[in-house]
Write a protein of this length. Sequence first.
Length: 492
Amino acid sequence: MAIDHTRAPVLEALAAYRREGRLSFTPPGHKQARGADPEVREVLGDAVFLGDVLAIGGLDDRLTRNRVLERAQELMADAVHADHTFFSTCGSSLSVKAAMLAVAGPHEKLLIGRDAHKSVVSGLVLAGIEPVWVEPRWDARLHLAHPPSAAEFEAAFEAHPDARGALITSPTPYGAGADLRAVAEVCHRRGLPLIVDEAWGAHLPFHPDLPSWAMDAGADICVTSIHKMGSGLEQGSVFHLQGDLVEPKLLGMRADLLSTTSPSALIYAGLDGWRRQMALRGEEVMGAALGLAAEVRAAVEEIDGMHVNDRADFCGPGLADDFDPLPVVIDIEGLGVSGYRAADWLRAERGVIAHLTDHRRIGAQITHGDDRETAGELLAALKALAAAAPGLPAAPRVAVPSPAELRMAQVRLPRDAFFGPTEDVPLDRAAGRIAAEMITPYPPGIPAVLPGERLTEPVLRYLRTGLDAGMFLPDPSDPALETVRVAAENTR
């Protein structure tokens, strides 16, 4: 296919569908908004329904002879220097599972950074893969995890030479990055693939001042959420492939096993349009975002009680290797309020929604969609927060464990613990038992407890005090955390 990044095959197909006035007697049942509830149409607008057509038999013909999706994926691959690209309308939660299943199977080992997203753990449960956890680089001062180093992956491969490959998360939601080239070299010396969960890195290929991105660093599979730092709609994700360590057809088969047979043309259109936007103007728009983020960072640093975490905080010996400045992570410990309380105040009092929240930080991600007006509103809200903080209740103490206490032993496969016999026990009697569920502070969605881990008092105390302070735990079977689901005793 001739590469022409001014083209957008999905968007062009949607425009043709409207222009030609096609009459569909297929799903979706709203029939181009005609059957939708009037109040829904008022809120969403008819454009949403007009773009909601079948991918096969609507966007393309029943035999996909126009290669609409295929052409869009080829253009995306070219834009980001990949050999192959696959679109997903089920988010990177699906994409990363497909990547894992293409590299390892049931009871096979996969090296994984322990700071992985909960979707990775879901992949372990579904596939029966045996995780070999690679320790993140823990910052005991800031209570943050940074991606594991290449040396840590080297040591893990030495201890587990039968592992089938490795998975690393970079950048983290906080903007910390790994030396992906070095990690890829560790894998490739053994002829094994590297998967990079780069969900927060959709923008990285498009400006030289951003951290190196996975394909340019030599990774084999890269998973990216276009809806996070790009212009895609929610659930819009892509996964890229290069090299010959993973067969493209195999990766496609694994994705097909998990993905929907009713993909959203709207999400496809968002992915296609984002690629065209970045291919034509990426360096320009990302350069503007970087400049704006620098201004915001400098202004926040002038607010009493606030400190913006920067490269000096995150990078260095024993810490991260690289840094993305667009996630503006603000340490508010000096205000005497928790990130949870600060985020609630900003939303209720100023209509400003923070992203990351933890016991001492809030995050405000800056993207190419921001401008001086939105930045000004953010800064005004943060200044108002600083002024209001003395009158807010003091931050409840969250008992954050030390790095050594935070890690629990994986004594059973996640799949076996999750699907095996279970029982619910009171939280104060759960220490020493084997977890049969995930418990995940969200965002950013990195599980504190995994199925198959032996629970310890420091981690349980952290979750209890965190919940009392405002931490959001979306996945435990008991949302109040009065009980914990564990493997039944006397089971293997």
